[in-house]
Design a protein around this ligand. Sequence first.
Ligand SMILES: Cc1ncc(COP(=O)(O)O)c(C=O)c1O
Length: 299
Amino acid sequence: MGRARQGDGTGGECRNDTGRGSVVALVYLNGALLDGGVATISVHDHGLVVGDGVFETALVLGGRPFALARHLDRLERSAAGLGLVLPDREELAAAVVQVAASLPSPRARLRCTVTSGPGPLGSARGGGPPTVVVAVDEDDPAPPTVPVARVPWTRNEHGPLAGLKTISYAGNARALAHAAARGASEAIFANTAGQLCEGTGSNVFVVLDGTLVTPTLASGCLDGVTRALVLERFGGLERDVPVEALEAASEAFLTSTLRGVQAIVAVDGRPVAGPGPVTSAAAAAYEALLLAGLPEDAA
Ligand SMILES: Cc1ncc(COP(=O)(O)O)c(C=O)c1O
């Protein structure tokens, strides 16, 4: 992997274009490691033009990406679903590890984005090589609780993007703005069948009659890495339930890479009790997992 501008491997000192943080880390772009702030892509990139691409967001703790293999597995599934060819997995993993290590921060978010590359100013693809970007930025821990709002739009569990982590997130951005305007910091979607699905960037769990339940992947929700870890390490059933279960549940929580396990404390402005005992236990179990790390990450 070449480095286009030489640095000391710990990132530059200028402010980046997110306006956040004072240290700019390395960026990986199409096979090269670049000092932060200098990576640019074409205005014809099909990711920019029509949102034609896939991505992963991984949590970086102490310079090491958490659950990297799971994120790369899902990136491969998302790319296959869109018919995109990824670079060699070993090279991508090495890039992720180097970019993650370049930001001297206890906690960061790393994003790996792969688009279909430069193309025409329409929906047809260009047919050239993909654009591959790995970038990292500082991240603050999410608050332990979250007010949510239901949105008047549905997830399409039958659509071509169902279950894929694509960069076509304008619907999520719109829904999140809708929720924010109502004092909530996550928006909850039903699917076209009126079943509980997921948040804009999170999975949802509810406790119904004492049983912890999360929608099945057939609901159209993303196969969340955090969702899977909670199911594997803490428990819970995959079951589809009407979206109204969110209000009927004795407890509810969100899961995501950046939120961890986050107790839902209000739905559409109505307070709900929480965090309850199941949520607190799931959050503690997940925190312990983050601290201990996954055996597969050590390999
Ligand atoms: C639509 C959607 N659902 C669920 C999640 C949660 O997935 P993970 O736990 O892998 O972060 C995300 C993550 O950003 C997401 O974008």
